[in-house]
Design a protein around this ligand. Structure first.
Ligand SMILES: NC(=O)c1ccc[n+]([C@@H]2O[C@H](COP(=O)([O-])OP(=O)(O)OC[C@H]3O[C@@H](n4cnc5c(N)ncnc54)[C@H](OP(=O)(O)O)[C@@H]3O)[C@@H](O)[C@H]2O)c1
Length: 286
């Protein structure tokens, strides 16, 4: 394990599953780790647990609810008030909702939490990340993106909605974002990659009903442990092998091919512009 002393890392979705395990591993490397959580009590409890287990006192908690874009803006503001550097940003928080639920911003929840939120947070923190270079951004996606498509008239499930399809769409959007951002960051010594952590027994299926709910309930027994998924993320975030790699999709610590659609530059450009419309031009610095 690399010694990450002096490196500042942000992990979103650190209260559960893969994010929690990632934060624990990063804590054990000596890094300064900021756990981004929406539940204050659970966030503080996990912080204490990481400090106790790793003896690393540089663990702190910041709060944001990704179903509210304003909350992400406040998080970024607070982060910049307390930290001058950010070497590793891990966009891990994610959801899968069987039912279509709109956020406070009026967008579909899965699309906002899994895609709009990391897009916005990354942009808001990009100046600090660039200043901290060499630095890395890791976006946690899913191999389910393969079944996703970007229907610009149905991004929020306004015409028809299926939880699985919304999830696949959000994870495809995150990959399109990763590839386009990597292009924009060429020459900055900031890398951005995405990773499928594997099929992991976590809480991701908790908002699923019907066949999908059953899949998670039964399948959990056969899935990998959160620590195994976290290893994939930590590899991208800390390993010397991945240091200069950018704009790639990883499975099992190996550069892999994502869906054909994920490489479509016309779709990527259009999605980027549409995203700017949704989150506001002044929050996007590239
Ligand atoms: N598990 C798998 O098999 C699998 C496979 C491929 C990809 N992934 C991806 O891995 C990532 C981590 O998921 P997981 O499997 O570890 O699931 P998880 O156990 O449900 O963890 C998800 C994390 O995201 C947080 N989150 C959810 N909604 C949020 C919101 N509105 N604002 C802020 N944080 C929010 C959760 O906070 P709370 O604890 O407060 O709910 C939790 O910390 C996700 O991006 C997921 O899509 C998972």
């Amino acid at each position: 394990m690399h010694n990450m002393n002096g490196k500042v890392c942000v992990v979103t979705g650190a209260t559960s599953g893969v994010g929690r395990a990632t934060a624990m591993i990063l804590g054990s490397t000596g890094a300064t780790v900021i756990l981004v959580c929406r539940d204050r009590k659970r966030g503080e409890a996990i912080k204490k647990e990481i400090i106790r287990k790793t003896k690393n006192k540089n663990i702190s908690v910041m709060f944001a609810d990704f179903t509210y874009l304003h909350s992400i803006k406040q998080l970024a503001k607070k982060f910049k008030e307390h930290h001058q550097y950010l070497h590793i940003l891990i966009n891990n928080a994610g959801v899968l909702h069987s039912k279509r639920i709109l956020t406070k911003d009026g967008y579909e929840t899965t699309f906002q939490v899994n895609y709009l939120a990391p897009f916005l947070l990354t942009n808001l923190l990009l100046r600090v990340i660039k200043k901290s270079a060499p630095s890395r951004i890791v976006n946690v996606t899913s191999d389910e993106h393969i079944r996703g498509s970007i229907d610009f008239d149905n991004l929020h499930g306004e015409k028809h909605y299926g939880g699985y399809w919304a999830y696949a769409r959000s994870k495809l959007a995150l990959i399109l974002f990763t590839y386009k951002l990597a292009e924009k960051l060429v020459g900055t010594k900031v890398t951005v990659n995405c990773v499928h952590p594997g099929s992991i027994a976590t809480n991701i299926g908790r908002n699923s009903s019907g066949i999908m709910g059953l899949y998670f309930k039964v399948g959990k027994r056969f899935m990998k442990k959160p620590e195994q998924g976290a290893e994939e993320i930590v590899y991208l975030a800390t390993s010397s092998e991945a240091e200069k790699v950018t704009g790639k999709y990883f499975i099992d610590k190996t550069i892999s091919k994502s869906s054909k659609l994920s490489y479509d530059k016309v779709v990527a450009d259009r999605l980027w512009k549409k995203t700017i419309d949704l989150i506001g031009k002044r929050f996007v610095i590239l």
